[in-house]
Write a protein that binds this ligand. Structure first.
Ligand SMILES: Nc1ncnc2c1ncn2[C@@H]1O[C@H](COP(=O)(O)OP(=O)(O)OP(=O)(O)O)[C@@H](O)[C@H]1O
Ligand SMILES: [Mg+2]
Length: 360
């Protein structure tokens, strides 16, 4: 059990910059997820922590110990990849026992540990089977068993659930989170799936183009994204981003529309000079759609599309030249083309600098 720290770590492959100046402090026993789009550098971070790559610059620490020059074998980390590569000719028992067997662990000890791990993962009845006699989810559990049997200091997992089907993935998310709390081992988990990140993590590090853009708890990332890119990457549907121009008296004219609205008092109005461009961010669930005019901040549009999700309905409203998406209750009724009024919950608005994208 250790905390893991990356200090100003960069990684270059020839002239490809995979990571640039990454700082990351993973706490002891924490479930930290690295979330970002393809090519962002997620796997590179894991490979550096595992010791499969060396940083071009910067330092990696496990606790107080700098591990840059320590071999993967001596770092006591366990890796689980997307393709969990079980040994096909070995039984489940032997697959799980493998990491102990190659370290010359006494047979009695191996037997005891395999039994414990199999019970924890509820796969005792599968121990005599070969991998090809298992479902995808069962294979996944065996791979986890093989990773945890050694009691590593740190677990590293790279999209381990991406090849299991949707319903199993949801079940496995819960299991993994429970497992991590039971084992009390630091876990660094990589995914590009924001729902996985939101549901399992203590904290999320959002990475983009080799740089970490925000590290916070899922709630903080959702409620106060640091910039408009994080705002639009998290959430399904993502945060609406509407460009506008600041007018007099704290009003904002929404670009491409006839609508203007008052900015909330909470907005740092002093930083917003009249005539400045700004980008307003509002989450779909913080918009109310009504056929009647509404008090406060509202703008007018027409129904463009309705999408029922069962427990709620996503309402696409065309406002001027842009589409604003709102989440309404299930059973929301309207016709395409109906004139509607949108009211934004002003306590939940985000305002971003149009040029830099940074939250104001
Ligand atoms: N061995 C390598 N040689 C050259 N470039 C590499 C190498 N490994 C990774 N890269 C580059 O580094 C960048 C980051 O790659 P990485 O695999 O870390 O991304 P990722 O976030 O894991 O993406 P994905 O979600 O697709 O797995 C990419 O631009 C990739 O092309
Ligand atoms: Mg990857």
């Amino acid at each position: 059990m250790v905390n893991v720290a990356l200090k100003n770590v960069s990684k270059r492959y020839g002239n490809v910059v995979a990571l640039e100046g990454v700082g990351l402090d993973v706490r002891d026993k924490e479930f930290l997820t690295i979330l970002g789009p393809s090519g962002g550098g997620k796997t590179t971070v894991l490979r550096l922590i595992a010791g499969l790559e060396t940083p071009s610059e910067g330092e990696i620490y496990f606790g107080d110990k700098k591990v840059n020059d320590i071999s993967p074998r001596d770092r006591n980390v366990s890796l689980v990849f997307q393709n969990y590569a079980l040994f096909p000719h070995m039984t489940v028992y032997d697959n799980i026992a493998f990491p102990l067997a190659i370290r010359n662990t006494p047979p009695d000890e191996v037997k005891k540990r395999v039994k414990e791990v199999a019970e924890l993962l509820e796969i005792t009845r599968l121990l005599d089977r070969k991998p090809k006699q298992l479902s995808g989810g069962e294979q996944q559990r065996v791979a986890l068993g093989r990773a945890i049997i050694r009691k590593p200091d740190v677990f590293l997992m790279d999209e381990p659930l991406s090849s299991v089907d949707a319903s199993l993935r949801i079940a496995m998310r819960t299991e993994l989170k429970k497992l991590q709390k039971t084992l009390e081992t630091t876990l660094i988990y990589v995914t590009h799936d924001q729902t996985e990140a939101m549901t399992m993590s203590d904290r999320i590090a959002v990475i983009r183009s080799g740089k970490i853009v925000q590290i916070d708890s899922p709630d903080v990332i959702y409620d106060t994204p640091r910039d408009d890119w994080v705002a639009s990457f998290i959430g399904n549907p993502p945060m609406n981003l509407i460009d506008g121009v600041i007018g007099a008296n704290g009003q904002v004219q929404l670009s491409g529309t006839q609508s203007s609205m008052m900015l909330p008092k909470s907005a740092s109005a002093d930083k917003l000079t009249s005539g400045a461009k700004a980008r307003i961010g509002v989450r779909p669930e913080d918009i109310h759609v009504s056929s009647q005019p509404l008090d406060g901040m509202s703008c007018i549009g027409e129904i463009y599309l309705l999408e029922s999700l069962g427990d709620s309905t996503i309402v696409d409203v065309k406002v001027g030249s842009s589409i604003i998406r709102a989440r309404e209750k299930a059973g929301f009724r309207a016709q395409i083309g109906d004139k509607v009024y949108l009211k934004f919950d002003d306590r939940r608005l985000a305002i971003f600098d149009s040029q830099t994208g940074t939250r104001i």
